[in-house]
Design a protein around this ligand. Sequence first.
Ligand code: NAP
Length: 306
Amino acid sequence: MEQVVIIGAGPAGYTAALYAARANLSPLVLVGRVPGGQLSLTSDIENFPGFPEGLGGMELVDRMKVQAERFGPVVRYEEATAVDFSPVAHRVITDTEVYTTRTLILCTGSTSRRLNVAGEDRFFGHGVSTCATCDGAFYRDRRVIVVGGGDSALEEGIFLTRFAHHVRIVHRRDVLRASRIMQHRAMENPRIEFVWNTVIEEVLGDERTGVTGARVKNLVTGTETVLDADGLFIAIGHIPSTELFKGKLALDEQGYIVTDRRQHTSVPGVFAGGDVQDHVFRQAITAAGTGCAAAMEAEKCIARGE
Ligand code: NAP
């Protein structure tokens, strides 16, 4: 029987692993399909305290992993496929193993929201992307579209100007949701053009060259036009990765895990941290903080013999 199993290996998962390992609980970390979670898709982190020069998202995750591993957690590259909560011992099933554990910390994060328009799936990976950090370099001296009006869209747009000579940010309203500093940077960037009040109706392309543009609609005038582009990046928010937990613990109306102020879920001995339980802040630092709190509460729960 494990003391602590941590599902997910982003900033919340690795911080939980660091704290649980330093508490001699020998945690087991199930890394899953996307090591690093959303952070691994982020270009520059300028707001994680302690790194005044900033650093890459993946570099930050790697540093967290190395720091946690100093204290000996078991890290397995297995994906949890089912969970079974019980008052006696919780079970986590992966492709290859069944683990029983006294406590569980859920840090499964979130995935990128998709547009659900024609052509999006067909050209996904052939010009359609949700990760500028991963795919931006393919667009040197090309034209790209970024969809969204939040910090992610502007961050992706600004990052893409390192490669693309023209970046159109297509937003469904004429007011951005992004923070003022990001708005200022994007507005000042000569390679960025905003296309307001506009939605993507269809991603256009052909099998040989991939994406060639998008058919878009202006929501104010109703006019449809075609924007030429070689790539289309979707940055319209996230969906919590809670499929495994539906019907097994309390989720809110948007599907996020409900936690109390101490990261307890509705099931005793099961805790959650990071983006899977946070649709408000969604920062690396808050994810790390809630991962820490979850591990400290798991430790208390074990110490009390609950
Ligand atoms: P977000 O703030 O929820 O913004 C999502 C954007 O996508 C909104 O502008 C929204 O439009 C638009 N959108 C949603 N569904 C859409 C659809 N179906 N079609 C077209 N547009 C759609 O998400 P985010 O930008 O990923 O940011 C999430 C959190 O992470 C925020 O707290 C943000 O501050 C943080 N973050 C911070 C940084 C940073 O500090 N550098 C970087 C990235 C993210 P509406 O505005 O009309 O709703």
